[in-house]
Design a protein around this ligand. Structure first.
Ligand SMILES: [Zn+2]
Length: 152
């Protein structure tokens, strides 16, 4: 349960184009490698966060908004990446593609309404900037605003 909550957080950060790993199904040594390669590691293990050094972040809250706020305050530049640039599942960069390439892989209505698509080279998932994404990005924007408040 707790790790799933971090999975949700990681997914949201990937929405914003951030590159991050979280401590679910990965052994500590692997996470330490991730951290030493300059990528963010989210964990509920305070000790592990310390061992990861500057790229380790201990996440205490169960609430997504609080978690996002904590991450943005710790790593202000993290949400400045390009949205829709990473696969939410694989965390690998997605590739630009067009309507012709995704025909049959997305619903017809989506194909009619959108011109830009992205696909994941690893799992073949197709992404597009639907209202769901717009809602998520709007929520991230409001988190960024909150993070900017009260920091002088
Ligand atoms: Zn993928």
């Amino acid at each position: 349960m707790a790790d799933n909550m971090l999975g949700t957080l990681a997914k949201w950060l990937r929405v914003a184009g951030a590159d991050c790993a979280y401590a679910d199904g990965m052994v500590d040594d692997d996470l330490l490698k991730v951290a030493s390669s300059g990528r963010l590691v989210l964990t509920r293990d305070r000790l592990l966060a310390q061992r990861c050094g500057p790229m380790g972040l201990y996440v205490g809250s169960d609430r997504l908004d609080e978690q996002l706020l904590q991450v943005v305050r710790a790593f202000p530049g993290l949400l400045e990446g390009e949205p829709l640039s990473r696969c939410l599942v694989c965390n690998v960069p997605v590739e630009d593609t067009g309507p012709d390439q995704v025909k049959g892989r997305v619903p017809e209505g989506v194909l009619e309404r959108h011109e830009r698509f992205w696909s994941c080279p690893d799992c073949d998932r197709v992404y597009w900037m639907g209202t769901h994404w717009e809602d998520m990005l709007a929520r991230l924007e409001s988190i960024k605003e909150r993070a900017g408040e009260g920091q002088g």
